[in-house]
Each structure stands twice: as structure tokens, then as C-alpha cells.
Design a binder for this molecule. Structure first.
Ligand code: F6P
Length: 323
């Protein structure tokens, strides 16, 4: 019987639990032992390993977060933290590890692979900022949550003809904001990838008002050099509208995974198990046109930044705006 470990690293995302369940079930069904490492890379250092049994994961597929916890471990990037991790893996007789995380976690995984641990990475972050894959685990649900929340906010704002400014998560990647803006038909969107000035937002909103819109919506991504409050003040000053603003925050990261994320979770888990079982290592999983594939982690890490300008253009068409 072989031991296959799994850990989550970085920000949690929806679908992690579904993936853990599918991985544990596959291991047990094939007579192998599934081990959970608690709190990501930090758990490797602190020697937090647990046996994962089918009964422990029976009812977790529809729950957000991760039952084995996660962390952003600074210590793992130090030589001593890294050596402690290798030592603990050896102590538990584990040489195969599945890592769920984002780009930082992939870099850690590549180091483990170079040091003889068999690793498979599963792209897991709401940000969708791993550009070698169409989708990361959690992204679809994060957008779904953002859309649902904004639909609700819009109902109350439009009852009193107020404008609303919403900032969405994504770090340096504007995908959550872009997809959400298109789906809800935002009146203006400001993304980390595009140099949108506050005056552009004001003129977008002004155009929507001229066309009869009473409750315009502005969507902003993270990592801009101005805040929702700056935009709120500018709209109030130049257009005289009553405005409310909010950073939507962690509601985007919690909750039950969407069907797409559950599908990805299961497919990624099975592929990771199969690769490890074939003795393969150093691969990142991805999805291309709904089909799961694997590529070397180094290649995944070097994928050029992708920006869906075509989706932004569709929003411009929807609003008949010049880009
Ligand atoms: O990477 C996922 C993410 O939710 C980002 O969108 C956000 O900027 C960040 O994590 C927040 O990180 P933390 O929960 O560690 O504060």
C-alpha cells in the first residue's frame, strides 16, 4: 500500500473539499492510503499529518473552504523550513503529494519535485490567475457568488435610484470583475489590466444616465490605484447622484461550489491520483475546452499573462461604448 498525501495552500477556494473527497475516495478504492497535511506547507513543517478515511469526507463536497485547512507559509520558503518539510515527509514514508493552490504554491511544489518528492499541482484559486488553464478551481463559484450578491444589492439600490460601486477580489487579475461586469451588464468596469481613469468611469456612468438608467453599477477589480470611495466621491461630485459603495470581500470565496467547480474537482482528483500511481511527478493539471490535461509545473509557471479583451469588448458592445 502506497501513501498519497494531499494539502491545500494559499487562499482557500470552493471545490477544494470536493477535490479532497474525490482524491480520498479514489485512493481508498484502489487500495492506497490517503494522508491529509493540515495547514498547507506549514503543516509539512509542523508535522501535521492525518489519515483521511472515506467516512471523514462523506459529506464535504458541497462545502466551501477546506477541511484540511490552508495557510500562506513564509517559513516554507526558508532553507530550514524546507528541510523540515522534507524530513517530515520522509518520516511518514510519503513521497507523493497533491498540492491544491495558486502560483506561489506551484513554486513550492516545483522545489519539492526537484528534491525527489513526487508532486502533482491542482490549480485552485478564485482569482483565475494561472494562465495556462482555462479555469482554476473556485473561479466559477466566486463569479457566481459575486453576481448573486450584486443582483441583490441592485434590487435595493434601484428602489431608491442610487448608483453603486462594487470592488471585487482577484489580486492582480481582473477576471472576477470582468466576468461579473459582463454578466450583470455593468455600466462601467475598471480592471487591473486596463488603464481606466476615474474620469472614464464618471463619463460611462453619465452616458448610462442620459440613456435613462436610474441605478448605474460600477465594478472595480482589486489592485487599482484608487478606491471605491474615490469613485463614489467623483460620481457624487460630477453627476450629483446618490452613491453607495462596497468591497464585496470574502462572500466571494465561501459557499457551495458550482457544478463546474465540482466537476473540475472530481476530474482533477482522479487525474492526480492516476499520475501518481503511474509514478509521474512535476505536473500541473489544467482544463482546456472542458478537457483536463497536465503540463510540467515549470511550463505552467511561465505561461504568459492572458487577458480576455474579447469579453471586455462584448461589454462595450452591450453598452454601445467606444473602447
Ligand atoms: O488569492 C485569493 C484571494 O481571495 C485574493 O482574491 C485576495 O486578494 C486574497 O486572496 C486575500 O487574501 P487573504 O485571505 O490571505 O487576506
Amino acid at each position: 500500500m502506497k501513501k498519497y498525501a494531499i494539502l491545500c495552500s494559499g487562499g482557500d477556494c470552493q471545490g477544494m473539499n470536493a477535490c479532497i473527497k474525490a482524491f480520498v475516495n479514489t485512493c481508498n478504492a484502489h487500495g492506497q492510503k490517503a494522508i491529509g497535511v493540515l495547514r498547507g506547507f506549514q503543516g509539512l513543517i509542523d508535522n501535521e499529518f492525518i489519515d483521511l478515511k472515506d467516512e471523514m469526507v462523506e459529506n464535504i463536497a458541497n462545502i466551501g473552504g477546506t477541511i484540511i485547512k490552508t495557510s500562506r507559509s513564509e517559513e516554507f520558503t526558508t532553507p530550514s523550513g524546507f528541510q523540515k518539510s522534507l524530513k517530515n515527509l520522509k518520516k511518514h514514508n510519503i513521497d507523493s503529494l497533491v498540492i491544491l493552490g495558486g502560483d506561489g504554491s506551484f513554486r513550492g511544489a516545483a522545489e519539492l519535485h526537484k528534491n525527489g518528492i513526487k508532486v502533482i499541482c491542482i490549480p485552485s484559486t478564485i482569482d483565475n490567475d494561472l494562465f495556462y488553464t482555462d479555469n482554476t478551481l473556485g473561479f466559477d463559484t466566486a463569479v457566481m457568488n459575486a453576481v448573486a450578491a450584486i443582483d441583490n444589492i441592485k434590487q435595493t439600490m434601484s428602489s431608491t435610484d442610487k448608483a453603486m460601486i462594487i470592488e471585487l477580489m482577484g489580486r492582480n487579475c481582473g477576471d472576477i470583475a470582468l466576468y461579473t461586469a459582463l454578466v450583470i451588464g455593468a455600466d462601467s468596469v475598471a480592471l487591473a489590466e486596463v488603464d481606466t481613469k476615474i474620469k472614464n468611469i464618471v463619463s460611462d456612468v453619465s452616458l448610462s444616465i442620459e440613456r435613462g438608467c436610474k441605478s448605474p453599477v460600477v465594478i472595480m477589480s482589486e489592485a487599482l490605484d484608487y478606491s471605491v470611495k474615490d469613485v463614489e466621491k467623483a460620481i457624487q461630485k460630477h453627476l450629483g447622484l446618490e452613491v453607495r459603495s462596497s468591497e464585496l470581500g470574502y462572500i466571494q470565496r465561501g459557499g457551495a461550489p458550482s457544478l463546474l467547480d465540482r466537476m473540475l474537482a472530481v476530474e482533477f482528483a482522479i487525474r492526480a491520483f492516476m499520475l501518481l500511481n503511474e509514478g509521474k511527478s512535476g505536473f500541473a493539471l489544467g482544463v482546456d475546452d472542458n478537457f483536463v490535461f497536465d503540463i510540467p509545473i515549470e511550463e505552467a509557471n511561465q505561461a504568459p499573462k492572458r487577458f480576455r479583451k474579447d469579453l471586455l469588448n462584448k461589454l462595450y458592445i452591450l453598452k454601445n461604448r467606444v473602447n
